[in-house]
Ligand binder design. Structure first.
Ligand SMILES: O=C(O)CCC(=O)C(=O)O
Ligand SMILES: [Fe+2]
Length: 533
């Protein structure tokens, strides 16, 4: 440091009432973290303001550098943290997540303000599990993900060594080839702790053994012995591997690599994931020229809507540009304060589930701006969306927000399948306005954002993938015209969100009010008057 800098610092130190020891500590940190004296003094100023000691400051600066934050951002964070009475550890966790998920500090703090719990260990495991699901669904290469790259988009911060190991652990139950690649990435990322190295090698040995690659299993076992020379189990495993190699040599199968990697296979999920990726879909506009775009009249004179027909049976349509940017924002803003974790099934049981990972809240037509949007739905569909305190024709808007990794696995929107599973009192537990209004005859779903990647709506029974496009809305009937049964072909899902934000607004229209609008037909093949009038 220059004499000038020292005197500046001493001046500050006096000002902040620090001892010489503290000053020298600070100077040391400053050198270490490559900060200017001005930055230090700013920080010390904040620290005093927030009543922190030098140790806490240095911890913070360390984190800040690690996460590549500016001093201003740190102070914002510390301000929030003190306000919410968090420890420095809590802050760093928060910063880590904030960076990782690329949300702003302000968004995070708003979440805290609304009583959303600060991330803890469970969230960490949840986050890792979510990443594993994304990697599997979208077939992301391990190396890319490890360095924070997804589809050529780079996160500010890649994952760290501990994350690599945790990904390996998680994949042991999902897919062995991915598990292997994470353990390899972990071991390449620098000298590991002996215990962790042992854990990685032990898992790798298990995988090789299951794949009957005894040569590699033996080599891996040998590495475990280097970490843990007394390990009797591993020694006896090695004898076994040796014996198996002999047997293979005799039978001529040695060196013929089968590479059988265990993976949890579920055919229906595999197809669902392929649809989410967009592999071999029937309705891709480039693949299938039959995808039809038409202009449709609404019930109001002179107004036409652009309709993309993604499927004819059942009819699944995407209406383009049916709300304005302003209306989409408005719905998100109004819904934000009320967001809570989405639940599935019986509302009295408070069930959350990995099947549906999102947050939601309800918007009612009592709000004139929301009413306008409901009326738009009525105009386009010709169905009634009138909300009443009893016998409502449609439900309130359900606004759903998905975080990265958020999804809704294949499901029906109607209830009647659940009757068959003995949950037929579901309909009796509904809020009063919906009692006796029948089932969800149709779904009208607005997309309120353009996700950067992932988040399509897919229909695995009919191989249809509807792309999420901001201000557009998907529409389909859950019931056939005969009206007595839910249509199984409407099975659908919200694919995991890979990057960006996904918000949707659901309007479920009830059977009750539609008697004269969508008449039942005795002829099950009758053309739907809603579509063909
Ligand atoms: O988010 C999606 O694409 C589908 C959402 C959905 O199906 C639902 O909320 O019922
Ligand atoms: Fe749905």
């Amino acid at each position: 440091m220059t004499i000038d800098e020292i005197q500046l610092l001493m001046g500050y130190a006096r000002w902040w009432d620090m001892t010489v020891d503290e000053i020298q500590l600070l100077v040391g940190y400053a050198r270490w973290w490559d900060m200017t004296v001005d930055e230090i003094q700013l920080l010390v100023g904040y620290a005093r303001w927030w009543d922190m000691n030098v140790d806490e400051i240095q911890l913070l600066v360390g984190y800040a550098r690690w996460w590549d934050m500016t001093v201003d951002e740190i102070q914002l964070l510390v301000g929030y943290a003190r306000w919410w009475d968090m420890t420095v550890d809590g802050i760093q966790l928060l910063m880590g997540y904030a960076r990782w998920w690329d949300t702003t500090v302000a968004v995070r703090s708003a979440a805290v303000q609304r009583g959303v719990a600060i991330p803890d260990d469970t969230d960490y495991r949840g986050a890792i599990l979510g990443l594993a699901r994304l990697q599997k669904t979208y077939r992301l290469p391990t190396e890319e993900l490890a360095h924070g790259r997804i589809y050529n988009i780079s996160a500010k911060q890649g994952m760290n060594k501990e994350d690599f190991l945790e990904m390996g652990r998680v994949f042991m139950n999902i897919d062995h080839s991915s598990a292997m690649s994470w353990f390899e990435t972990f071991l390449r990322a620098g000298v590991p702790e002996p215990e962790e190295a042992k854990e990685a090698y032990t898992n790798m040995m298990t995988i090789y053994k299951l794949a009957e690659d005894y040569e590699r299993a033996w080599i891996t076992a040998h590495k475990i012995l280097q970490e843990d020379p007394q390990n009797k189990d591993v020694k006896s495993e090695m004898v076994l591997f040796q014996r198996n190699i002999e047997v293979q040599k005799k039978s001529g199968t040695y060196g013929i690599q089968k590479y059988y990697w265990k993976s949890a296979k579920d055919k229906s999920l595999e197809y669902y994931e392929a649809l989410c990726r967009g592999d071999n879909i029937k309705n891709d506009i480039l693949v299938n020229k039959d995808l039809i775009c038409v202009y449709r009249k609404g019930t109001l004179p002179y107004v036409q809507y652009k309709e993309e027909i993604h499927c004819f049976n059942p009819r699944i349509s995407l209406f383009i540009d049916v709300i304005t940017d302003k209306q989409a924002e408005l719905m998100r803003e109004k819904a934000f304060p009320g967001l809570f974790r989405a639940q599935v099934g019986d509302p009295t049981l408070n069930l959350t589930s990995d099947e549906r990972i999102s947050k939601l809240s309800w918007l009612f037509d009592f709000d004139p701006e929301i009413l306008k949007i409901s009326q738009k739905v009525a105009d386009i569909t010709g169905l009634s969306t009138t909300y009443r305190s009893q016998y409502a024709d449609a439900e309130a808007f359900q606004v759903v927000s998905y975080g990265i990794g958020g999804q809704y696995e294949p499901h029906y929107d109607y209830y009647d399948v659940r009757f068959q599973y003995g949950q037929n009192d579901m309909l009796n537990k509904l809020p009063l306005p919906l009692m006796g209004t029948g089932d969800r005859i149709s779904t009208f779903m607005f997309y309120l954002t353009n996700p950067t990647a992932g988040g399509a709506t897919v229909f695995p029974q009919v191989g249809v993938r509807v792309p999420p496009i901001k201000n557009a809305a998907a529409f389909w009937f859950n019931f056939d015209l005969a009206g007595e049964r839910g249509d199984a072909k409407t099975l659908h899902a919200g694919c995991p969100l890979l990057l960006g934000q996904k918000w949707v607004g659901n309007k479920w229209i009830r059977q009750g009010g539609q008697t004269f609008r969508r008449r039942c037909s005795l002829d099950r093949y009758a053309e739907d008057p809603i579509w063909y009038s």
